[in-house]
Design a protein around this ligand. Structure first.
Ligand code: DGL
Length: 268
């Protein structure tokens, strides 16, 4: 099969990366996608680098066996900690989710005060802060770990008032720092967008990384001559490593539509 006709591989620690799949399908509707959500081992954000690296290598190998032409690491935690190691292991392009959000935030922020929310591992890695400051030394970056959000999202807790109270706790320190731009540094967070917008207020620009990632990924595929010439809609095949409670309904929340082709894999 010609390289550009192959599917794209996308993975995340859980189902949250389907927000990136949704954005890629909007931007690149003719591309076929193989998605892997590691539902057996989510969350990654409270795990050590060595464990995250081991899990990510297993998933990359699974996607390579699916004959993908490029990989999108639809997980900020993996992108922050082990993107380089993953790229070095395979001969195909591997793209993370941090750089597109950083470039958009730097571009949007007028007063150069940027807030970043993410998992513990992402925030502790300083990946966002370091990249932001490396492209503009005038930026002031304020980071806030939000460890409860991924488990809540993976369990389908999205619109409840308890979730809103937790978000108020997490966002208040950033409001006090008068940020004018907020990066959602986790692919699970777009499902909380309504609450986040309401709490942070209309004067703060929210950088929703999935759509930034999809735009940047389009450019990547173009650069490597990997854009599909398929004229019909691409197929989506999803795999999970555990059929957790309501996994199919929760997948639908992240993707924004019914996920018909959803299978179990033990990654072997
Ligand atoms: N969606 C992952 C991210 O973007 C969640 C990581 C986790 O499982 O904690 O960071």
């Amino acid at each position: 099969m010609k390289e550009f006709k192959k599917p794209i591989g996308v993975f995340d620690s859980g189902l949250g990366g389907l927000t990136v799949v949704k954005a890629i399908r909007e931007r690149l509707p003719n591309e076929s996608i193989v998605y892997l959500g590691d539902t057996a081992r989510v969350p990654y954000g409270n795990k050590s680098k060595i464990t995250i690296q081991k899990y990510s290598i297993q998933i990359t190998e699974f996607l390579m066996r699916k004959n993908v032409k490029a990989i999108v690491v639809a997980c900020n935690t993996v992108s922050a900690l082990v993107l380089q190691e993953l790229s070095q292991r395979v001969q195909i392009p591997v793209m993370g989710v941090i750089e597109p959000g950083v470039l958009a935030a730097e571009n949007q922020s007028k007063i150069k005060r940027i807030g970043v929310i993410g998992t513990d591992a992402t925030i502790q890695s300083n990946a966002y802060k370091n990249l932001l400051v490396s492209i503009n030394t005038e930026l002031k970056v304020f980071s806030q770990p939000c460890p409860l959000l991924v488990p809540l999202a993976e369990d389908g807790w999205v619109g409840d008032n308890i979730v809103k109270q937790i978000l108020i706790q997490y966002l208040t320190p950033l409001i006090k720092k008068s940020v004018d731009t907020l990066i959602l540094g986790c692919t699970h967070y777009p499902v909380f967008l309504d609450f986040i917008s309401e709490i942070i207020g209309p004067n703060v620009k929210i950088i929703d990384s999935p759509s930034e990632v999809a735009n940047s990924f389009f450019q990547h595929l173009k650069k490597y001559n990997l854009l599909s010439d398929n004229e019909s809609l691409g197929k989506l095949e999803c795999f999970v490593t555990d059929k957790t409670r309501s996994y199919s309904k929760i997948a639908e929340t992240f993707l924004g539509s019914y996920v018909s082709n959803l299978h179990f894999t033990d990654l072997c």
